[in-house]
Ligand binder design. Sequence first.
Ligand code: SER
Length: 344
Amino acid sequence: MSEKAVLVTGACGEIGQALVQHLAQRGGFRIVTADLAALPETIRPLSSEHVQGDLVNKVKTFYDYDFDIIFHLAASLSSKAEISTEEAHRINVEGTMQLLMLAAYRSEKYKKQVKFLFPSSIAAYGFDNLEAKHAAGRVKEETCNTPHTMYGCNKLYCEKLGMYYSRYNGQRHLDPQPPVMCDFRAIRFPGLISAFTLPSGGTSDYGPDMLHAAAQGQPYACFVRPDSRISFMAMPDAIQALLMLADAPREKLSHVVYNIASFSLTAGEFRQRALQAFPSAQITFQPNPRRQGIVDSWPEDVDDSLARLEWHWKPVYDVDKFFDEYFIPEIKKRYRHPNRRTNE
Ligand code: SER
């Protein structure tokens, strides 16, 4: 069987690094990576080619590549995006638009659907106050699509662009012989936690930051209140979800955007878990009003029944398994051997 050509943008990010490792382990892929930064040593040998630089200016480079799948992970995350809104919009929207146009062009010209996998986010939802958040509980994809952040607006709009380019491009779906369009699929991820990499620029970062600090014996001041609740997920489950959705037969998918969930936890519960594993951890709470506001606008949990039904999504790690079998053992090894190569 011939290799599939895959593009992973944002390859140096947390999802990117873990995904490249999984694709390489699975085999059968020629992996091209793109990022603003040079690849970390841990994944450098796994990439057949790395395109370094601003994606918006680099997309034209990719018009000659015969990609079967594009994992477009490059993004400016929610807290960072609030500080530089225009730049975030350029990265998050313009970069996605450029790549979607490329996928649409190649699908039509070569009559072969390019798959386009897009990580959306719980930031696509938005609640005006805590009462509304609590009342909503586990939200379904089509509800409460009123994001409060630039990042959330960007993600929601890009979901719509993906639907446009994969279904209605130029209204040519109405032609007697409609062109082959790209195959866009998106997952709304909860806060992701890796034992091997640290997030930056996000608002769900307090979860992983708190645990990484505890494991290193460093004090941590959490920037949200202890009662703040959103959903989280182990990085290996997030990667598994991306690969499962990429593999799902198109005819089984009634939607282009899917929630996935594994566990929902408050910041206070995170602290308890951190203290169980690292009893001397020093974790305090110093809420930052703006970041608190973002977390308060996000759902407590999401309803992922559509993904479970249509592409058999099911997380491996519930909250106990996440801490006991993934995060705590791996992070203890990591900080005992800080130079250990990552391995999701
Ligand atoms: N983890 C992301 C953030 O905090 C949300 O998708 O920005």
